[in-house]
Design a protein around this ligand. Structure first.
Ligand SMILES: Nc1ncnc2c1ncn2[C@@H]1O[C@H](COP(=O)(O)OP(=O)(O)OP(=O)(O)O)[C@@H](O)[C@H]1O
Ligand SMILES: [Mg+2]
Length: 364
């Protein structure tokens, strides 16, 4: 496969040497079961690359389970990872498989690994090394075949130095390390990403493909992108939502992502300040756009249903309770996100923590 074909397959945009080199590494490491540690600032694409490694591996047909170690409350992280047996602690009314077992045959992606408590790190290392672990409350070991990927935006060596991260686990995980450079260090990727997200957003929202003025593109090219690709995606989408005639000017970006005050170096991440009115206006526009998208999706869904002759009958027995509807939405979101809790929570418009609560509540 050519590099372009691989990029398309993995959904990785960018023509910089850095991105192409990373794709080469992905292809090289994908065939083995070696663990990979992915470093990079927030929003650079760590999860995108983790997905690509899984997709390029022989495990692609099996699940990729993403665990955000920073989002799961400390007290339940171990039972989430290793599972538990019935009655192993108060509230453990059923036996539950943990992520280790769910990822069997596939890949376990430990995101924000630096946030993992030391005690869990010890158990994780043992499980990685022996390929077996114990469910909480169990007396026998369970065997698994899992490939490990981990990511962090922290300097893990520093975390080791200050004794917040175990050195043995650090060495075990960093068999291969990947550094995804921030966007400001690979400026040639900026415009390609702008067009990519603009087209995608316009398509999803059934709006005209936007045209950016040369000044707008220059502005985007020179902006330092402290929030990296995620910030760029948001800025592009907001600019489309805020523009009426699909012609996007530089002024719109001056509002959404103002440059740092003159005198500040452009090489450092900056915190941009917006007036409360600007923030509110942006928020309302974005909310309206999301609403429009939802309505379009519902319309499409209804049309589809009609087509399949599956029209919902006006039968009082069909009325669902709010709880039931919420459970169904949770199940759907988890299916749609292939078990990725962060994406599922985003789809549902709730926090990851609330999602965990719902999963527990509904015994999913
Ligand atoms: N090279 C790329 N091509 C296409 N999309 C990208 C690329 N890099 C990042 N993205 C998109 O940017 C957003 C942020 O990426 P991702 O979630 O992988 O970042 P991250 O490094 O995991 O961030 P965080 O540290 O905040 O978890 C996502 O919407 C992702 O799809
Ligand atoms: Mg991430």
């Amino acid at each position: 496969m050519t590099i372009e074909q691989l990029q398309k397959k993995f959904g990785i945009v960018g023509k910089s040497k850095e991105i192409h080199d990373l794709i080469d590494i992905i292809v090289q490491v994908a065939t083995s079961d070696i663990s990979v540690l992915i470093f990079g600032e927030s929003g650079v694409g760590k999860e995108v690359f983790a997905r690509a490694i899984h997709a390029a591996s022989h495990r692609a047909g099996n699940p990729l389970i993403s665990v955000n170690c920073g989002a799961i409350p400390e007290g339940i992280l171990e039972s989430e990872l290793f599972g538990h047996n019935k009655g192993s602690f108060t509230g453990a009314t059923d036996a539950r498989k943990g992520y280790f077992e769910l990822a069997n045959g596939g890949t376990l992606f430990l995101d924000e690994i630096a946030e993992m408590p030391i005690t869990t790190q010890v158990k994780l290392l043992r499980a990685i090394e022996t390929k077996e672990f114990m469910r909480i409350g169990a007396e026998t070991l369970t065997k698994v075949d899992v490939r490990f990927l981990a990511a962090t935006n922290k300097d893990l060596q520093n975390e080791v130095d200050v004794k917040r991260f175990r050195e043995d686990l650090f060495f075990r995980l960093k068999a291969v390390t990947i550094h995804i450079p921030p966007l400001r260090k690979r400026k040639v990727d900026i415009l390609e990403l702008v067009h990519f997200f603009a087209e995608k957003f316009a398509e999803e929202n059934r709006t005209a493909k936007p045209v950016f003025s040369t000044e707008a593109l220059d502005y985007l090219h020179e902006y330092p992108w402290p929030g990296n690709v995620r910030e760029l995606k948001n800025a592009v989408e907001t600019s489309i939502a805020l523009t009426k005639n699909a012609r996007i000017s530089k002024e719109i970006f001056e509002q959404i992502i103002p440059y740092p005050k003159s005198g500040t170096s452009m090489n450092f991440p900056v915190v941009t300040r917006k007036t409360p009115e600007e923030v509110e206006r942006e928020f309302i526009y974005r909310a309206l756009f999301e609403l429009k998208k939802d309505i379009l999706d519902i319309k499409e869904m209804l049309l589809q249903k009609e087509k399949e002759n599956l029209e919902i009958q006006d039968n009082p027995d069909d009325v669902q309770s709010v709880e039931e509807a919420s459970k169904r939405a949770t199940i759907l979101a988890l299916q749609k996100s292939k078990g990725n809790k962060r994406i599922a929570a985003e789809l549902l418009g709730i926090s990851e923590r609330t999602l965990y609560r719902k999963i527990k509540e509904y015994h999913l």
